[in-house]
Write a protein that binds this ligand. Sequence first.
Ligand code: MG
Length: 326
Amino acid sequence: MVSYNIREFFLEFNEPFSIAHGTRTGTDIIILELKHDDLVAYGEASLPPYLAENKASVTSFINQFFSTFSWSPLLSECLHQLHNSMPGNYAAKACIDIAFHNLFALKAGVPLWKMLGLSDHPLPPCTYTIGMGTPEIIRKKVMAADGFSILKVKLGGGNDKEIIEAIRSVSSLPLCVDVNQGWKNVQEAKEMIDWLSDKNVLFVEQPLPKTEIEGQKYLFQHSALPVIADEFVQIPEDVQKVRGLFHGINIKLMKCGGLAPALKMAALAKEMGLLLLIGSMTETSCGIRAAAQLSVLANWVDLDGPLLTKNNPFPPVTYRSGVLLP
Ligand code: MG
């Protein structure tokens, strides 16, 4: 018999965080506590306000799922029931998927990455995210990234060149750029990418609105930097659509429904020769640690969320020399 508890939580940022969607002080989280025999495992759903799911929908999904769930000693059977249940509800599915994976790793007495047949080395570097702000605030944030070997910055807020120049006035570290669909048209995107191309930028993530297919096709052919899909690609079925449009994808457990679909996406990306970034929403170390199990598959991981929040309720994750340990 499996039993569970659902807890609502508000994960607070160290300081209000701005991206192209607006400014927020934190993120609603649902924490799932799953019990079987004497073992307790956790999962989480992170619910940023710009997505459709919320605390009520996730709670309702979890209750509905477990009302018909039949326990199996095989993880694959538990996951099959989950991922073939109601459509959509990807954050809710990620919450249960993570808890199932953690529970079965506890049962097996091995680290989750090992249970998944993965390795804990060599691990790619983890990015350190810098939000939008005045040049002075940005310089301060860059200085705080001590130990990290890659910076990530959010652009698309109207003062992009000022932000990049502020960063470059204090650091020459490689930089990842996330536009969150914030550049309005392909001309602006092409011009900005050309400008960024001699500034030690590794890639540009989701420069255009996800519906701008023609513009994206042009960028794919003419961009001086690799272009990574984030908002454009959500679930395994989306990965094929990336061909001819993007050079890589950003996989997030909350977008796709957890580790099982994320592994499928990573395998497809590898088959297609795509670059791979593992990212996250604002999550506690429960969700971040789950995503970190896939690190070895990625070119970069963007999992610095726990450094940017102040009331993480789980044991902290460890960053060593700019690498997140799984
Ligand atoms: Mg992104």
